[in-house]
Design a binder for this molecule. Structure first.
Ligand code: SAH
Ligand code: SF4
Length: 370
């Protein structure tokens, strides 16, 4: 929750802004670098413990500023090692972050908004409605907590537990561009978490103008929630498609890929039984992406209460994937993790008081009878 005092929260502030602040204090800008190392790399939030800052500077900081982290309300561990945190977001609300450990990496899935206004037909976050954007402090605070709570990676105590970050939790990151970009800056800064751009992934349902901005300003990995191979179906599943249809979205993707010297864009495709999972859909999808820097990540639908969709059968998913592969596309299926603690993709609901529900969707789609 944002600071309730008049003091400035320095958490989430990019290096340039911190340098301006120190200059305004009549101090040298390089103190910004010291402060960032204390906060992100050593997990220190009390200015008095930042022993390489002069006493007078520490006092100025105490009087004017705070390092305020989002409060952790709960932590749940799955039997598969996945961990989910619930973070206080003010007025009885909460957002979630999920850590997914794998032998060669530790991926943190973070939230960018309290809820989401985009109303995708199959998403638990969308079903909650939207309350507000998270601040950069609340976004980077999720990473801070995970890295402070989890042991550092084996045999090298310089390595944080979180090696990869995906903006695939609650919210549409490109609808909160103002806060997401400073958070990305901190993720990739050597003075904070030093994660390579390649290992930071922004997932978007397709806010085209901000895909272009992100390509110019951040150049991190991009995942696009496609979920349907034609506009008629995508309008129903991902209603923002009515504003930015598939052709416009894909053009923005190829522009993005060009700026990244042809790195691949990942297209997420949730497998909904009897809705978007036929061989015909696979062929349409292939036609859209053929010859482009694209890979497809199939996501088995994760059910949640009150939603009528069903997950495609395992052999339907395998068949769909093989069809794409046979035709030359790179296609993988996302392993479902943390289902027992409601931490799987699309299951993050947190606690949201819906304020500005933009009812883009009309939820006409129903699964075909199995
Ligand atoms: N708002 C962004 C990022 C958050 S959702 C976006 O839509 O891309 C992360 C991914 O989970 C998206 O691809 C989203 O479409 C998918 N998803 C949403 N609900 C799901 C569900 N119930 N089962 C499986 N995947 C889901
Ligand atoms: Fe929002 Fe993404 Fe869920 Fe759609 S899938 S409602 S954009 S969080």
């Amino acid at each position: 929750m944002p600071a309730e005092t008049d003091k400035v929260n320095l958490l989430g502030m990019p290096q340039g802004d911190l340098e301006t602040l120190f200059t305004a204090f009549g101090e040298k800008p390089f103190h910004a670098r010291q402060l960032m190392r204390w906060v992100y790399q050593r997990g220190i939030t009390d200015f008095d413990d930042m022993t390489d800052l002069s006493k007078s500077l520490r006092q100025k900081l105490q009087e004017s500023s705070v390092i305020e982290l989002p409060e952790v309300l709960s932590q749940h561990g799955s039997k598969d090692g996945t961990i989910k945190w619930l973070f206080e977001s003010g007025f009885g609300q909460a957002v979630e972050a999920v850590f997914i450990p794998e032998p060669d990496r530790g991926t943190l899935c973070i939230s960018s908004q309290v809820g989401c206004a985009l109303d995708c037909a199959f998403c638990a976050t969308g079903a909650q409605g939207f309350n507000r954007n998270l601040t950069a402090a609340e976004i980077i605070g999720q990473v801070w907590h995970a890295n402070q709570t989890l042991p550092r990676r084996e045999n090298d105590d310089a390595d944080f537990a979180v090696t990869n970050v995906v903006f695939m939790g609650m919210g549409e990151p490109l609808a909160n561009y103002r806060s997401v970009v400073p958070a990305i800056e901190l993720l990739i800064s050597d003075l904070a978490y030093g994660i390579s751009r390649r290992r930071v992934t922004v997932s978007t349902s397709g806010l085209v103008p901000n895909i272009d901005r992100l390509g110019d300003e951040c150049n991190v990995s991009l995942a696009v929630s496609l979920h349907a191979p034609n506009n008629a179906l995508r309008n129903e599943l991902v209603p923002i498609n009515k504003m930015h249809p598939i052709e416009e979205l894909l053009d923005a993707c190829w522009r993005y890929a060009e700026k990244r010297t042809n790195r691949f864009i990942t297209f997420e495709y949730v497998m909904l039984r009897g809705v978007n999972d036929s061989v015909g859909h696979a062929d349409e999808l292939h036609a859209l992406l053929d010859g482009k820097p694209a890979k497809v990540n199939l996501i088995p639908f994760n059910p949640f209460e009150g939603n009528e969709f069903a997950r495609s059968a395992a052999d339907t998913i395998t068949h769909f994937q093989n069809r794409l592969r046979m035709k030359g596309l790179v296609a993988t299926t996302r392993k479902t993790r943390g289902e027992d603690i409601d931490a799987a993709c699309g299951q993050l609901a947190g606690k949201v008081s819906d304020r500005v529900r933009v009812r883009l969707g009309d939820k006409k789609i129903r699964m075909a009878t199995a």
